[in-house]
Design a protein around this ligand. Structure first.
Ligand code: TXA
Ligand code: MG
Length: 330
């Protein structure tokens, strides 16, 4: 028997993006344990992790040329493709949808685990539903204690979750692409990879290349233990920000999509600023750990101030996470 065929059927798996909570796709007890441990609603589908193209092809209904080109360009790596699912894929994984999300992670210990199990592994990020994703093994054990083992693969090198791309082929062979979640791989790189290989007959969905909310994409997510305030580009002083907050703190709902929102206290005595590297790659790598560390000193409010350079494409995934982690954007 392999390690994931025995209780508790799940393990903390390091990947280059964030730590996952992994179970075999053919073990229903493991799949159920994922939802139970994370307190995750069943409408939020899981990503299937593979160690080879053969495995990827085994979970999809068909493997279009686009998928072949993008897999060659971005796998192993922080890139997930949503394709029509094969019949045998458990609907728990796909939330009953007719599509499945597949990715090949770029971490030797993740690939080794998949190889040892001999089947693909379903794995969401190893955090409670709606909360900050883990980028260190310690983040996982801090949150879940000894409910399951965590394979320590060091700090995650990318630091934000994979880009999720939906691929649809119409009857006339035209390919429609939709970004469901932003990650390190962006739409410009995807278009370039396809054109380089002579594929020009694709179209980005009407919304353009901005992400379209897919299943499980919540308005609020990744939230730290204290309220985060995203301060849009401005030259307001901290005092002015606090005044604005006082006026607008009532706009924060108690819950959003089932996720408990962090509230801003009536009077804010201590405020802390979340500072990130000015290099987008480093900032992504440090993001979730910085959020946890900043929250650990329990300020009344944590603020993040947007800078002009944060509007560049390389910052998109990070700004997406920060606005979703924020209780309010002012
Ligand atoms: O980087 C990552 O992708 C990490 C590591 C562990 O691989 N995993 C991850 O999983 O972020 P999770 O469960 O936190 O996010 C998976 C998201 C779902 O919330 C959903 O938005 C999207 O992927 N997804 C999965 N299957 C889908 C499907 N069939 N259709 C549309 N979206 C899907
Ligand atoms: Mg997650």
């Amino acid at each position: 028997m392999t390690r994931l065929q025995k209780p508790p059927y799940v393990v903390g798996m390091p990947t280059e993006t964030v730590y996952g909570l992994a179970a075999r796709i053919d073990n229903e007890q493991g799949l159920k344990a994922i939802f139970e441990i994370k307190q995750r609603p069943f409408f939020d589908p899981l990503i299937v992790h593979v160690d080879s193209l053969e495995q990827a092809k085994s979970v999809v209904h068909s493997w279009p040329n686009v998928a072949e080109i993008l897999a060659e360009r971005f796998w192993p790596g922080p890139f997930t493709m949503v394709l029509k699912k094969a019949d045998h894929v458990n609907p728990l994984i796909t939330s009953g949808l007719d599509t499945v999300a597949v990715r090949m992670p770029r971490h030797s210990l993740a690939l080794q685990l998949i190889r040892e199990e001999g089947v693909p592994l379903a794995a969401p990020s190893a955090n409670r539903f709606g909360r900050t994703s883990p980028t260190l093994a310690k983040h996982v054990t801090d949150e879940f204690g000894d409910q399951f083992q965590v394979i320590d693969g060091g700090p995650c090198q990318v630091g934000v979750e994979s880009t999720v791309l939906a691929i649809r082929e119409s009857a006339n062979g035209r390919v429609q692409l939709t970004i469901l979640r932003l990650g390190e791989v962006n739409s410009t790189e995807i278009s370039e990879a396809l054109r380089e290989r002579g594929l020009h007959d694709f179209k980005w969905s009407e919304a353009g290349v901005k992400p379209v909310a897919g299943p499980g994409q919540l308005k609020h997510h990744y939230m730290p233990e204290v309220p985060l305030v995203f301060v849009k580009l401005s030259d307001r002083s901290n005092d002015e920000i606090l005044q604005d907050l006082k006026k607008r703190r009532h706009e924060i709902p108690e819950k959003s999509d089932g996720v408990q929102m962090r509230q801003i206290p009536e009077t804010v005595k201590n405020l802390q600023e979340l500072l990130l590297s000015s290099d987008a790659h480093l900032a992504a790598r440090q993001l979730y750990n910085s959020l946890r560390l900043a929250a650990a000193s329990h300020p009344d409010v944590l603020i993040f101030r947007e800078q002009a350079y944060h509007r560049f494409q390389s910052w998109e995934a990070i700004m997406d996470r920060l606005t979703k982690a924020a209780s309010i954007v002012i």
